[in-house]
Design a protein around this ligand. Structure first.
Ligand code: KE4
Length: 424
């Protein structure tokens, strides 16, 4: 498949933007080849600037659960933009968004809007430290919480893909208070709390991990997380930037029957616009300035146009409740992929899934890294040539939208069988 215009566009971008992209995950470093430049999205499809159509399983890395150019979301954005794009003053749309989030997620009593998942995660960490007066933060290898200095230790997502366990430019002072433990390892967790439990401000994790590929938590891991954080007075922070409003209207925590102290959100709540949020127990959130002493601010926080997109998206999800069908169709494609790729591991929750090029179970970062990432790269391009746009890394999750019908998923399964046969 010729992609001349993307090649030209990439060459131009490389002289202007570091690596030619504004986020490393898009550079195709993990799969080789040159990134595609997109012209537009429509429903479940993306169209590159060479005119090729792809069934989109990235969905902007999660936000586009309703598909591209959803009419209700577009109408809300157009109405909002005619009233102005940004005021730097409070608007009622921010309260409407806050009400929707608080109503949807039982553990969230108050919420603060910011402009990205990274900003939300960074603020949640500052809040945990400010609320407890402690410094230590626990995270888990393979989980990614944005490019937060103190959390760029064994990050998942593109940091994993680039093989950079922690980034240059992060002073050791930023990470000396960060413990990175293996995901799903209750013994390591118990040992950490036994050793320094009274210094731990918070524990942050992806309750269902998407940034090492899709990895699910064990019930024991989740209950130990809640028990130990309660016992030692640390805050339990669920990073639901990816899973919030994706796996259930109430997020992964609703699906898993868990109650964290703080929840970090992003992606879907912006409906494709730059929105992040962090929320949780009122007594904790009231520590945030100007209600409390913990500083956090943002010029475009709660931007009215972005709020309009997010509100329209959440209202559509609340009205249609697509989650049972997303789960059914998630199982449908995974069963098909297991037949198309006998022996390979496929993990799935709801509309998130990952085909790992390994025959072993994938339950944490180390087992995920046993996958043959090079073979995944060849599979990625074989699927691209068959009109299927998968996440461009073995260590990412694929996302079905509500417009990924059974027929389209079946086409993907047929393409996968053909692609895998072409690899041998
Ligand atoms: P943003 O700052 O990219 O909005 O959110 C950071 C973030 C925080 N927490 C979780 C669980 C996340 O998945 C992310 C961002 N996800 C990546 C993809 N795995 C975004 C893609 C990219 O970096 O370009």
């Amino acid at each position: 498949m010729q992609r001349i215009r993307s090649e030209q566009a990439f060459r131009r971008a490389q002289s202007l933007i570091p690596g030619g992209v504004n986020s490393p995950a898009r550079a195709f470093g993990a799969v080789g080849g040159l990134p595609l430049f997109m012209a537009r999205g429509e429903g479940p499809f993306l169209y590159d600037i060479d005119g090729h159509r792809y069934l989109d399983y990235i969905g902007s890395w999660g936000p586009m659960i309703l598909g591209h150019c959803h009419p209700t979301v577009m109408a809300a954005v157009i109405e909002a933009i005619h009233q102005g794009s940004s005021f730097g003053a409070p608007t009622e749309r921010e309260s409407e968004m806050a009400e929707l989030v608080i109503e949807a997620i039982a553990s969230v009593e108050m919420v603060r809007m910011v402009s990205s998942g990274t900003e939300a995660a960074m603020s949640a960490i500052r809040l945990a430290r400010g609320y407890t007066g402690r410094d230590l933060i626990i995270k888990f290898a393979g989980c990614y919480h944005g490019h937060v200095d103190s959390l760029l230790v064994q990050a998942g997502s593109s940091a994993t893909t680039l093989g950079v366990p922690n980034s240059p430019g992060v002073p050791k002072g930023c990470t000396q208070d960060t413990l990175s433990l293996p995901y799903n390892d209750t013994q390591a967790l118990a040992d950490a709390f036994k050793t320094c439990g009274d210094q731990i401000a918070g524990v942050m994790l992806e309750p269902v991990a998407g940034n090492m590929g899709l990895v699910t938590p064990s019930a024991e891991f989740l209950s130990e997380l809640r028990r130990l954080t309660h016992q030692y007075g640390a805050l339990l922070v669920y990073d639901e930037v990816m899973t919030g409003f994706r796996l259930a209207y109430g997020g992964a925590q609703q699906l898993l029957g868990q109650t964290p102290d703080v929840t970090v959100l992003g992606k879907i709540i912006g409906g494709g616009f730059p929105v992040g949020a962090y929320g949780g127990r009122a007594d904790v959130m009231k520590k945030i300035m100007p209600a409390g002493p913990v500083f956090q601010a943002g010029t475009l926080s709660g931007n009215p146009v972005a709020m309009a997109a997010g509100i329209a998206t959440l209202k559509e999800l609340k009205r249609t409740n697509p989650y049972p069908e997303l789960e059914r169709l998630g199982r449908f494609i995974v069963e098909g992929l297991r037949k198309a790729a006998p022996g390979l591991t496929v993990n799935q929750v709801g509309s998130m899934w990952t085909l790992f090029f390994t025959t072993e179970p994938v339950t944490n970062y180390d087992t995920a890294k046993k996958s043959d990432a090079k073979k995944f790269g060849r599979f990625f391009w074989a699927m691209m040539d068959r009109g299927v746009y998968l996440p461009c890394s073995q260590f990412e999750a694929a996302f079905n939208s509500v417009l990924h019908t059974e027929e389209r998923l079946a086409e993907t399964v047929r393409a996968a069988a053909d692609a895998i046969a072409s690899l041998s």
